[in-house]
Design a protein around this ligand. Structure first.
Ligand code: KIV
Ligand code: ZN
Length: 514
């Protein structure tokens, strides 16, 4: 076997991932994700597109200033204004990188840019040179490279390396490539471009045909030294190459790829959960590596095999991706130390006060639910620590409902500690009635843009996790609630979003993409 290469992992959750419809994050949330990415061990964090909006600029600057231990990158078109703005945001980074891009495919040249091949080469070179005049680490991406004529692509890549690009990234912008084709593109660059050894060749695949991970792995086999990817594969349209999948494929099939990464794989599941909670984009149950069913064995034959020797049906160990082997962990007789231990194993470092508060909530849950799973504990930790101080706190509801008639809801909340209640008879059903009662009591009328319910774990007494996205006066906020009672979870989620609206929590960013 050839000696192993270390593949750089370039995470673009905060830039391409944030371009997923509905995935916008505020500054605090972006900072939390950036710190989690550092702990995960990514080499490069693409923090945003500084010229896209003042919010994007601010978050790239804050992340660049705060992050230590990873390169922080900002995106720019090949224009002086974009590059100068990117550098302004990045200049305080420990390891800054400017990422400039320009489309190269015939369809983009002709219809979008209306530029000739010579003009494209000249602008790409000028962009790289300007970026290099301020920053020693410059990446260039020929957008839509996978649909670019290979001769022209080689010409562009050679020119930008000569101009000083230290990484050249090959995007399959529209997710059109196939693994063999991607392999051919990268191999051609490695074999034909003079000076290719002076730059790292990277790959950036979109998942429109479900091939992003396969295409990225094919690129690695052909010689790519960097993979661009996102947590949970979120991103523009069908998303990007999923970080957890590509990393675990390289690790699990090291015999084949002979490549390593610097990723601390035990942080994959906690990071995936964090991004899912912050963006509200939940991970499908059957998603490889981080889906809830990824290590669940249902069939009797499989369970029998697993008990005899787990490698019969498991190619990876759940603990290697941050999942604990034991599913059933705690119950109402479990103590504080066991809970602290469990939370720690799941990736939550708690202060003594946080542990005390978690323990109280755990006991309340244990009274309602016999078996407490890891997912329940993660949900308790996340709902508790990701929230802002609450102005309105849910107390209880009393509901009387008959199908076909408007329900009557009596709702009790605490407003800054003082009890408040309201009764309404309105709505299309119990959940709508509860939401209308909350709006009446808080005086905040909203448009509900998204509402989702899912079970946290399994069984009839599983906790329901509800996420809502509400709009009020031009602000959009998300809220999350967890309870064994799905109506209570809905009320908590709605109130959490109302609290953010009422407290004027940093608005979620909706950047204007150039
Ligand atoms: O998909 C793409 O082409 C991109 C580039 C900006 C790298 O995201
Ligand atoms: Zn992209």
């Amino acid at each position: 076997m050839s000696p192993s290469r270390t593949i750089r992992i370039f995470d673009t959750t905060l830039r391409d991932g944030e371009q997923s419809p509905g995935a916008s994050m505020n500054l605090t949330e972006k900072m939390e994700v950036a710190q989690a990415l550092v702990q995960l061990g990514v080499d490069v964090i693409e923090a945003g597109f500084p010229i896209a909006s003042p919010g994007d600029f601010e978050s790239v600057r804050e992340i660049a200033t705060a992050v230590r231990g990873a390169t922080v990158c900002g995106l720019a078109r090949c224009s002086d204004a974009d590059i100068d703005r990117a550098w302004e945001a990045l200049r305080h980074a420990e390891r800054p990188r400017i990422h400039v891009f320009l489309a190269t495919s015939a369809i983009h040249r002709e219809f979008k840019l209306r530029m000739t091949e010579d003009e494209i080469v000249a602008r790409a070179v000028a962009g790289v040179k300007r970026a290099r005049s301020v920053c020693g680490d410059v990446e260039f991406s020929p957008e839509d490279a996978a649909r670019t004529e290979i001769d022209f692509l080689c010409r562009v890549v050679e020119a930008v390396i000569d101009a000083g690009a230290t990484t050249v990234n090959i995007p399959d912008t529209v997710g059109y490539a196939t693994p063999l084709q991607m392999h051919h593109v990268i191999k051609s660059l490695v074999e034909r471009v003079r000076g290719v050894e002076r730059a790292v060749i990277s790959v950036h695949c979109h998942d429109d045909l479900g091939l992003a991970v396969a295409n990225s792995l094919a690129a690695v086999e052909a010689g790519a030294g960097q993979v661009e990817c996102t947590i949970n594969g979120i991103g523009e349209r069908a998303g990007n190459c999923s970080l957890e999948e590509v990393v675990m494929a390289l690790r699990t099939r090291r015999d084949h790829y002979a490549c390593d990464t610097r990723i601390v794989t035990q942080r994959l599941v906690p990071t995936s959960r964090l991004v899912a909670n912050i963006t509200g984009i939940q991970v499908p149950r059957n998603k490889a590596i981080v889906g809830r069913n990824a290590f669940a064995h249902e069939a009797g034959i499989h369970q029998d095999g697993m008990l005899k020797e787990r490698r019969t049906y498991e190619i990876m160990r759940p603990e290697d991706v941050g999942l604990e082997r034991t599913d059933l962990v705690l119950g109402k007789h479990s103590g504080r130390a066991a809970l602290a231990d469990r939370a720690k194993a799941l990736g939550y470092a708690l202060t003594p006060e946080q542990l005390q508060s978690l323990f109280e909530r755990f006991k309340t849950l244990a009274d309602r639910k016999k078996e407490i799973y890891d997912g329940d504990i993660a949900a308790l930790c996340e709902s508790q620590f990701a929230e802002l101080p609450e102005q309105f706190t849910f107390e209880r509801y009393v509901l009387s409902s008959t199908s076909g008639a408007a329900p009557t809801v009596e709702l009790q909340v605490r407003q800054s500690g003082a009890p408040q209640s309201v009764t309404v008879t309105a709505g299309d059903g119990p959940i709508d009635g509860i939401f209308l009662a909350i709006e009446k009591l808080t005086g905040i009328t909203t448009v509900c843009r998204d509402f989702r319910v899912q079970a946290v774990t399994v069984g009839k007494d599983a906790q329901a996790e509800v996420t809502v996205e509400l709009e009020h006066a031009g602000q959009v906020q998300r809220g999350r609630g967890v309870s064994t009672d799905s109506l209570e979870a809905s009320a908590k989620a709605f109130l959490a979003a109302i609290n953010r609206l009422a407290l004027g929590a940093p608005p979620r960013l909706h950047p204007q993409r150039p």
